[in-house]
Design a protein around this ligand. Structure first.
Ligand code: 5GP
Length: 192
């Protein structure tokens, strides 16, 4: 009785470790992560088509005009968007699709897809978040400060999500997110 897969939105400030959590979640064969399109430049080690589809502003505009995106948003000077095609195909196959996106994108998705599940990954503290952001060592001081500012705004919006999971020990956070996904799939209204 396998129905359509779930659309799961995962947000949280940059540096909160949500990428690591998502990497653990996709080890489950039934869970896939959507590869976003972005106009930001690749960081060292990031591969086109794997971490993001790295595209130009013109290409991004074209995707908006063609209605190819489920949602898109501007974040710290760059555009980010979730391609529609892959997410819709995978959900039809019964896979749960994770969108790892920031808060404005989540608001847009919720309006268009009210049955999506939204989870906010909360850093244990703002001090720990700054420590993690600096440890990554991939950003300039200016970018780190911009991202910390944005993090404070995002944490203030966490209450708009269906669930908040604190990212302390990784295994606990992953287990909590899996519990949410599994429980959501058992909702009576999803029974087909
Ligand atoms: P980063 O530059 O650190 O990879 O991502 C910056 C922020 O953009 C993160 O909060 C990330 O979750 C978010 N993001 C990544 N892809 C998308 C997307 O397709 N749409 C939206 N709205 N945000 C995204």
């Amino acid at each position: 009785m396998k129905g359509k897969g779930l659309l799961v939105v995962i947000s949280g400030p940059a540096g909160t470790g949500k990428g690591t959590v998502v990497n653990e979640l996709v080890k489950d064969d039934n869970i896939v992560v959507s590869v976003s399109a972005t106009t930001r430049s690749p960081r060292e080690g990031e591969k086109d088509g794997v971490h993001y589809h790295f595209i130009t502003r013109e290409q991004f505009k074209q995707m908006i005009d063609n209605d190819d995106l489920l949602e898109y948003a501007q974040y710290c000077g760059n555009f980010y968007g979730s391609p529609k095609k892959m997410a819709e195909e995978k959900m039809k196959e019964g896979k749960d699709v994770i969108l790892e996106i920031e808060v404005q994108g989540c608001e847009k998705i919720k309006k268009k897809n009210p049955d999506c599940v939204s989870i906010f990954i909360m850093p244990p503290s703002m001090e720990e978040l700054e420590r993690r952001l600096r440890k990554r060592g991939t950003e300039t001081e200016e970018v780190i400060l911009k991202r910390m500012e944005r993090a404070k705004e995002e944490v203030a919006l966490a209450k708009n999500y269906d669930y908040i999971v604190v990212n302390g020990p990784l295994e606990e956070c992953v287990a909590d997110v899996m519990s949410v996904i599994n429980a959501e799939k058992l909702r009576a209204e999803r029974f087909e």
